[in-house]
Design a binder for this molecule. Sequence first.
Ligand SMILES: *Cc1c(COP(=O)(O)O)cnc(C)c1O
Length: 431
Amino acid sequence: MLHNNLQINEKNHLTFAGLDTVELSQKYNTPLMLLDVAKIRDKMRIYKNGLEKYFTKESFPCYASKALSIREIYRIAKEENIGIDVVSSGEIFTAKSVDFPLEKAFFHGNNKTDFDIEYAIKQGVGFFVVDNVEELLRVDNFSQKFNVKQNILLRITPGIDPHTNAKITTGQVDSKFGTPIETGQAFDIVSKALQLKNVNLKGFHCHVGSQCFDSTAFLDAVEIMLTFIKDLKVTFNYECDVLNLGGGYGVRYVEKDPFINIEENLKLVGKKFDETVKNLNIKKPLVVMEPGRSIVADSGLTLYTCGSFKTIEGYKNYVSIDGGMTDNPRFALYNSSYTIYNASRVNGQDKVVATIAGRCCESGDIIQENVEITKPTRGDIIAVAVTGAYNYSMASNYNRITRPPIVAIENKNDKIIVKRESFEDLIKNEL
Ligand SMILES: *Cc1c(COP(=O)(O)O)cnc(C)c1O
């Protein structure tokens, strides 16, 4: 199977994290999102142990909240003793609501509003990742107002294009994120930051992309960023404490995607980091990484009920499901690949090739095209694998469809961690 939390039982049903998905869909109804908590913990530990072992003892991962920002994930991150990255006051609020220790939070975003800056300082967010000069000055102003010295990193664009999807590459020079080295602007912003009284420049951040299946982009980033840090030492006699390399290791969505061994990759990047630090003769900074997708994606599975199987003679087959782009907009946004199962009858003689279509009034509301599954009929459960990242966090109420619940599974126990939205929820802000 695609991942080791997916199996087929004696009833020919799909199981997830050890539980029968058809039984779960009867118990909770569909659409339904499942989360495999053991797998999430496992991933967090791989990053934590790898960063401590191959970089420095103080190094740690931050979970990139945007992949799935719900209270339970912050509880888990807190228990696993890792940091988080946040991109909005709403994410800060959510983390704070379960007493996540915000000194281990990194606040990102290319446009933090005055409200965000004030809110984050008041809540005690550990690090601002400052995007640009105007924001830098604003953070300094607010820090002065609240009489604090705010720790910051500067977001630097190292000029790397990791050749993944254009919409998810962020490390190249022309980007809406950060300040580029190539144009000399990175040096200018450092020089400004060093003059300000109420910010403490702890180091730098870069994020080179997403869905990377090897470490090429990270190895380049290490070289470029450490060289930049060396240049700053020479020019400003400045020593960097923290280097945040961002997120971006890939996830296996379909059989033809490779498996990636995160620990081996951390080892490789750590070796390069050690060598480069030695060659350049600089102080070893603590290293942070911010994995999002690779922590939660394969811990998620979405279950739907098939409403119809329809053949357009001479064209194709459509399987209509009771969810769609409102809970998973990724095919509509990026043409993302997914693996689909008929969870009610995984193996079967009667395989068909079909397009899995959502229920929205939008022809682009497709989950996947041309997938091979056992021919479904109305009532069969359709499972979409690897939906833990950027599904629920991107969900909407288009067509007034309510968001599905999330059920967490740990040690074969299932429990609701996010309730299904109600019709009342749909109108609660309307007068
Ligand atoms: C999106 C993002 C991440 C996480 O990326 P993944 O591909 O989900 O690992 C980390 N850091 C920053 C700054 C990001 O924008």
